[in-house]
Design a protein around this ligand. Structure first.
Ligand SMILES: NC(=O)c1ccc[n+]([C@@H]2O[C@H](COP(=O)([O-])OP(=O)(O)OC[C@H]3O[C@@H](n4cnc5c(N)ncnc54)[C@H](O)[C@@H]3O)[C@@H](O)[C@H]2O)c1
Length: 245
């Protein structure tokens, strides 16, 4: 009997991370739902349809917290097949009124976390000779969005990290790709945007419907699957055709 594959998803408690976790669980992965808060809702939704998931609270920007997660993954599962680096923050603030602390906080959660989480799962992926790392970027890197300088910088950093890392990890059978969603109705996004902003974005897209968390989850599932074996270092933009990278 084949052993169940393990997928670790960060920022899994709500929004895109919840949809990604659910989709991976439906595809048969055992999902470790990682978030700074408990991912109880996500785990309950997965268990309801007979899937397997566990909630693990971790601050993915904290080296110590990620070390604890690494120890848990090693002792509890001894394998990680898929890592989805999804946790992120997108606070809006004019550049003139932000300080270094604000800048560093956004970069720590959105970019340092992907470094820390990748290092944490790498020994297990290397040991199995395969792995899928999917980093969540954003289509905002290709749009003139005001007041998001650290966010857009971090999301462009995610694309650079993905490209460079894919080169180093190919020899271990590990692929590294990014998914760049467009504006999607999640608790995080709705803290900055309203329904009118969502409608305006939809009008600008060649595909005239609002993007959903499921759209991003579909792309992640493909990149997590065996079918994407020959694809690495790429960024898939999931935004109805608005931005081309
Ligand atoms: N929703 C959008 O429009 C959109 C568009 C493009 C990209 N994205 C990206 O998708 C990802 C998910 O966004 P979302 O819209 O679901 O946001 P969200 O705010 O609804 O959910 C983000 C989750 O990340 C968790 N998180 C934040 N900081 C953390 C930390 N230090 N450690 C662990 N967990 C932490 C939060 O607790 C939350 O559960 C982010 O990286 C975001 O930048 C979102």
């Amino acid at each position: 009997m084949e052993t169940t594959k393990v997928a670790v998803v960060t920022g899994a408690a709500r929004g895109l991370g919840q949809a990604i976790s659910t989709r991976l669980a439906k595809a048969g992965f055992c999902v470790v739902a990682v978030d700074q808060v408990d991912s109880l809702e996500t785990v309950a939704a997965i268990v309801r349809f007979g899937g397997v998931a566990v909630s693990r609270s971790t601050d993915v920007a904290s080296p110590r917290s990620v070390d604890e997660l690494e120890a848990f993954l090693t002792s509890e599962y001894g394998r990680v097949d898929v890592l989805v680096n999804n946790a992120g923050v997108f606070p809006k603030r004019p550049f003139e009124s932000m300080d270094l602390e604000f800048w560093r906080k956004v970069l720590a959660v959105n970019l340092d976390s992907q470094f820390l989480m990748t290092q944490a799962v790498l020994p297990l992926m290397k040991a199995s000779g395969s792995g899928r790392i999917i980093n969540i970027s954003s289509n905002s890197v290709g749009l003139p969005v005001p007041d998001f300088v650290p966010y857009v910088t971090s999301k462009m950093g995610v694309i650079g990290f993905t490209r460079a890392l894919s080169v180093d990890l190919a020899k271990y059978g590990i692929t590294v790709n990014a998914v760049a969603p467009g504006l999607t109705k999640t608790p995080g996004a709705m803290a900055n945007y309203d329904e009118v902003a969502l409608e305006k974005m939809t009008e600008r897209q060649p595909v005239k419907r609002a993007g959903t968390s499921e759209d991003a989850a579909s792309a992640v599932l493909f990149l997590a699957s065996d079918d994407s074996e020959f694809i690495t270092g790429q960024t898939v933009v999931v935004d109805g055709g608005l931005v081309r990278l």
